[in-house]
Ligand binder design. Structure first.
Ligand code: FAD
Length: 359
């Protein structure tokens, strides 16, 4: 059987491509090396709770066509992300807003908060590293309570050894508003992300536990959403990632921490955050599932999470991009194919644009 399209990867990028091309009358096959669909947004049902297996995912967007498109396949609940930070056992609201300023300094008006922030800021003519950058933008209290040790856990390096550009700006909100994202549309698919992808892939042929091998499955075109360096057998080098490790625990308690996301911003705990999945869906199960999330260095074979888009890796990626252009009938897409961090809405938009061009 000759397929019109072989789609490598059953994540959201591959699934949206498959849906659109199938609806346009193309014969598609989706393969994935994992034993499940949905890629990194996969949710697994444990004790009636949708557990985000590759890290917590909150859908948020300002792109109305993408919102409308995905609403064809799922209903989104009205979850609004409002994380809390725990520093030495004291809690602070995020993102930085009037609630945080009150908790830090007892200030109650925006004017008082602004004045306090100005007083706290440290002037540097040219911040040389992340510490100096954060001190100049946020001042000492916010830096030491909510940024320093959390960032060091995330990167595995001291803030004085990290480049200033990692923090370009820090948004401060002079309202009592804990809604983390500014986007107009936000929520979690009712029933989980896997159910949404299942719906998108309805009627599409999918083969799981199938690693892509060049030339094995006959197809006129390939849409490849795996790592671009892997496609070329790493022949000019390996692209680097930051990885994560997850420790899941099912607890015999109804409500462990009262919030879906609690960041741990001190070195007291080795993990960066604890996710309590049931709160993403206002769950009522008598049990709960929590995940401790650890930042980890990546080596080949580990799950690639965040591309490291520094100069060295971007230069290498540019070379792979050149090779990719010469690869006739293969289109590289998605977060691994394009070696870029994309939120789910952007990935969906890119897949829709690609398939529009193809059809
Ligand atoms: P993936 O989901 O990675 O799918 C690629 C698939 O290809 C995988 O299933 C893989 O197994 C398969 N594959 C790879 N190579 C091969 C091969 N050789 N053969 C066969 N199959 C192969 N976005 C948001 O909008 N909100 C969030 O809150 C959010 N949180 C995130 C948290 C974390 C920790 C991370 C890392 C990302 C987060 N994202 C979030 C981004 C989101 O995960 C991505 O936008 C999305 O997963 C990208 O989908 P994709 O289809 O491009 O890639």
């Amino acid at each position: 059987m000759m397929y019109d399209y072989l789609i490598v990867g059953a994540g959201i990028f591959g699934a949206v491509c498959a849906r659109e091309l199938t609806d346009a009358g193309k014969k598609c096959l989706v393969i994935d090396q994992r034993n499940h669909i949905a890629g990194n947004i996969y949710t697994e049902n444990i004790e009636g709770i949708s557990v985000h297996k590759y890290g917590a995912h909150i859908f948020h967007t300002n792109i109305k066509p993408v919102w409308d498109y995905l609403n064809r396949f799922t209903e989104f609940n009205n979850y609004v992300n409002s994380p809390v930070a725990n520093f030495h056992g004291k809690l602070y609201n995020l993102p930085f807003n009037m609630n945080t300023f009150y908790q830090l300094w007892g200030v109650i008006t925006p004017e008082q908060a602004l004045a306090k922030l100005e007083e706290q800021r440290v002037h540097f003519d040219e911040p040389k590293n992340l510490e100096e950058q954060a001190l100049s933008l946020a001042g000492r209290d916010i830096y030491e309570t909510l940024i320093k040790e959390y960032t060091e856990k995330q990167w595995g390096r001291k803030c004085t050894e990290l480049p200033a550009f990692i923090i370009k700006r820090l948004p401060f909100r002079f309202r009592f508003d804990n809604n983390y994202f500014n986007d107009r549309y936000q929520g979690i698919p009712v029933g989980g992300y896997t159910a949404m992808i299942e719906k998108i892939l309805d009627g599409v042929e999918v083969k799981l536990n199938t690693k892509f091998v060049k030339g094995e499955i006959p197809a006129k075109k390939i849409i490849y959403t795996g790592p671009v360096d892997g496609y070329f057998d790493y022949k000019i080098g390996e692209l680097e990632y930051r990885s994560l490790k997850f420790e899941n625990e099912t607890l015999d308690c109804e409500n462990y921490q009262g919030n879906a996301v609690v960041n741990y911003t001190s070195h007291d705990e080795p993990f960066t955050r604890i996710i309590e999945h049931k709160h993403f869906e206002f769950g009522t199960s008598p049990k709960t599932v929590v995940t401790r999330e650890y930042s980890a260095t990546w080596s080949k074979g580990d799950e690639p999470y965040y591309p490291v888009n520094d100069e060295k890796n971007n230069t290498l990626y540019a070379k792979y991009e050149e090779l990719a252009k010469q690869e006739s009938n293969v289109i590289f897409g998605g977060r691994l194919g394009q070696y870029r961090y994309f939120d789910m809405d952007k990935v969906t938009e890119l897949a829709l644009e690609l398939t529009k061009r193809e059809i």
